[in-house]
Design a protein around this ligand. Structure first.
Ligand code: SAH
Length: 244
């Protein structure tokens, strides 16, 4: 069964978009995943086919109607009852590699893309929907977020990237950033590839990479480092305390 992506959006033409190229595009052509954009406007009930209305309490912009959105979600659920429904919103839980990995191991995802000022909050009370943010910045719509989430999932699907994608070394997989990478030429403007990487000594290379991953994470991402240290100190086995 292909990984089934349903995207509820006002701009279905945006899909598969960049996911039609490169690795994801090949995987799509090979049937590893399925891309089904759904036009939210098809679920509008008035003659103007409106999907939004002015914010209760006043203020700028428009809010997506919960009745129209719920009808679109119900339609998507009928097509893929086992896929989790995610909504793109800056108010959601930040997307993590752990969550991506869990999603990629499942049957697929249904993603709700917001526009304007976002969704009527009652949608999240009336339907089981996971609110997801892709970062602490504001986009004009959820479509880019959906593309990001799907790209992160698709590269993990079996056969898409080969062995490389499942490496434990990759950034975030171990709660750390990946070590820095180098390739030829060995001498570029007088800057050499670190000697250890050319030593052929696999144990030394692994130790160097581990120490670089640790020090770069500590310097670049104090937030990740703190979590890593907490997990290490907090659990005798060194296992991570937090999942997803
Ligand atoms: N007024 C809202 C922002 C709306 S932006 C607020 O301040 O929270 C319009 C749409 O873009 C959102 O509904 C959402 O679907 C998408 N979006 C914007 N930023 C996002 C982010 N960081 N993560 C996920 N989706 C985002």
């Amino acid at each position: 069964m292909p990984f089934h992506a349903q995207i509820l959006t006002l701009y279905p033409e945006m899909f598969p978009g960049p996911l039609g190229l490169s690795l994801a595009g090949r995987a799509l052509a090979e049937g590893t995943w399925r891309c089904d954009p759904v036009q939210i406007r098809d679920f509008a009930t008035d003659k103007h086919r409106s999907v939004d209305d002015t914010p209760a309490g006043g203020g700028a912009g428009m809010v997506l109607r919960c009745d129209v959105l719920a009808a679109a979600v119900d339609h998507a659920l009928a097509a893929a009852p086992d896929s989790p429904v995610l909504a793109m919103t800056p108010r959601g839980r930040p997307l993590s590699q752990a969550r991506v990995r869990t999603l990629a191991a499942g049957p697929g995802v249904t993603i709700l893309c917001g526009r304007f000022e976002g969704f009527d909050e009652r949608l999240f009370e009336g339907r089981e929907i996971e609110e997801v943010a892709i970062g602490d910045y504001v986009l004009s719509g959820g479509e880019m977020g959906a593309l990001v989430l799907l790209d992160a999932c698709i590269r993990l699907l079996p056969g898409v990237m080969g062995a490389a994608s499942s490496g434990d070394d990759e950034s975030f997989e171990s709660g750390l950033l990946e070590y820095p990478q180098y390739t030829r030429p060995n001498d570029w403007e007088g800057r050499m590839i670190p000697q250890v990487l050319r030593s052929g000594d696999h144990a030394r290379i692994a130790a160097w990479r581990k120490s670089m991953a640790l020090s770069d994470t500590r310097l670049r991402r104090p937030d990740l480092w703190e979590r890593h240290e907490d997990a290490r100190v907090g659990s005798p086995s060194g296992a991570r305390r937090t999942k997803d």
